[in-house]
Design a protein around this ligand. Structure first.
Ligand code: HSE
Length: 438
């Protein structure tokens, strides 16, 4: 059978990795896919870079539209990123009857519903394993491997840059800015690193996983996102003393009232495997009703780990190309007419536990006032540590861990505690998840 022809849009880090992996493992991939998979055209605005990666025999152009319009191309791989030109190119490729493989989480989380609808009309596939957690086959696991399960929740470390920053701050006691600069130098961060540190990149990936897990449309605009920039070395140290690590987690959970969709720094017990995922690595914990908790771990970024996911999609598309579109694995795991309108819960309605750190004047009755306010809002204290004031200071840190409560109760209690004359400044609030059986 003649090889399937691929057009590659963007030959930067991941594009270069994809080209090299396909070339190096060509014969094994062919044995798996049932036919050859060859990149016959590459579009990149840096022609010299593209030419140096692909060598002779592959058409190189700086006009990506000539690739998506090329009648000889069967699959378009989009590795440009961003929402504008990438979206136009993908929609045009689909309109021209081409299958699409993309790593573009930002685009899918925000425009995926439209893109999948167009793909269904044309009977083509849009595959996106590389969009979430780099080389970890989490899309395949959620959509196919766990298909017997009612998924209950997912909690993931899905941004390598922020995990690297938190790991380095904890390990080496370094300041946030120093580690961010290092992450950029090492090439982990997004073009706009605020996407990494503000939790936006993680929220894009979480939105995609949530849709597949629960059979709902992509709803990135309803995700709650809070980044890591405000975390201090003190909080990391206090958490550690209490037996917890702080990670930037993406959490999506099915509750009777709706679906939680949230990204924020989270204390997790240090004994959990996922708490020990360090550096740029990613991990996703999925709780299914039949299988229980399963954990997926691996490189969340980088040239060849991400290429591993892109090439897996190419093989999938190649194998499935001849299947009747109605009988292929659906884009979002559930049949398109079976998506549910279960609401995404507003953050105020989410139930979780909390780490609260407050600076207080070291005087009688301070703790009693704080405890009274928490009790008024039905918030139960799980643990408490008071740090001695530093030499010559009259203010001390109090760290409280609460039992599970509703976010709006915590908001109300925090506002009242901050208004106490014996409390100085703002309360630091970090959410806490046990990630146990429930
Ligand atoms: N900037 C992303 C990260 C790259 O740090 O995880 C992979 O999406």
């Amino acid at each position: 059978m003649k090889p399937i022809n691929v057009g590659l849009l963007g030959i930067g880090t991941v594009g270069g990795g994809t080209f090299n992996v396909l070339k190096r493992n060509q014969s094994e991939i062919q044995r798996r896919a049932g036919r050859g998979i060859q990149i016959t055209a590459v579009a990149d605005k840096d022609l010299a870079r593209a030419q140096s990666v692909v060598g002779e025999g592959v058409r190189v152009t700086d006009d990506a539209f000539t690739v998506v319009r090329d009648p000889d191309i069967d699959i378009v791989v989009e590795l440009i990123g961003g929402y504008t030109i990438a979206k136009t190119l993908i929609l045009e490729a689909i309109a021209n009857g081409k299958h699409v493989v993309t790593a573009n989480k930002a685009l899918l989380a925000t425009h995926g519903n439209e893109i999948f609808a167009r793909a269904r009309e044309k009977g083509v596939m849009v595959a996106f394993e590389a969009a979430v957690a780099g080389g970890i086959p989490i899309i395949k696991a959620l959509r196919e491997g766990l298909t017997a399960n009612r998924i209950e929740w997912i909690a993931g470390i899905i941004n390598g840059t922020s995990n690297f920053i938190l790991s380095e701050m904890r390990d080496k006691g370094l300041a946030f800015d120093t580690v961010l600069a290092e992450a950029q130098r090492l090439g982990y961060a997004e073009a706009d690193p605020t996407f990494d540190i503000q939790g936006i990149d993680a929220a894009h990936k979480l939105t995609i996983m949530s849709a597949i897990a629960f059979g709902i449309p992509m709803q990135f605009e309803k995700a709650y996102t809070e980044g890591i920039a405000a975390l201090t070395k003190d909080d990391i140290r206090y958490a550690e003393q209490l037996g917890y690590r702080i990670k930037l987690l993406g959490i999506t959970r099915r509750t009777p009232a709706g679906i939680e969709l949230r990204v924020h720094p989270t204390l997790i017990p240090a004994r959990r495997l996922i708490a020990n995922v360090e550096g740029v690595m990613n991990a996703v914990l999925v709780k299914g009703d039949a299988v229980g908790a399963t954990l997926y771990y691996g490189a969340g970024a980088g040239a060849e780990p991400t290429a591993s996911a892109v090439v897996a999609d190419l093989v999938d598309v190649t194998r499935m190309q001849t299947a009747d579109p109605e009988n292929r694995v659906p884009h979002l795991a559930f049949q398109p007419d079976q998506l549910s309108d279960t609401p995404i819960l507003p953050m105020e309605e989410v139930e979780t536990s909390y780490y609260l750190r407050l600076r207080v004047f070291d005087r009688p009755g301070v703790l009693a006032d704080v405890a009274r306010i928490l009790a008024d809002h039905t918030i139960s204290i799980d643990a408490m540590v008071q740090k001695e004031p530093a030499e010559g200071e009259d203010q001390a840190d109090i760290v409280l861990l609460t039992h599970r409560t509703i976010e709006k109760h915590t908001n109300a209690a925090i506002a009242r505690i901050e208004a106490l004359p014996t409390v100085s400044g703002k309360i630091t609030r970090i959410r806490l998840e046990e990630l146990g059986r429930h």
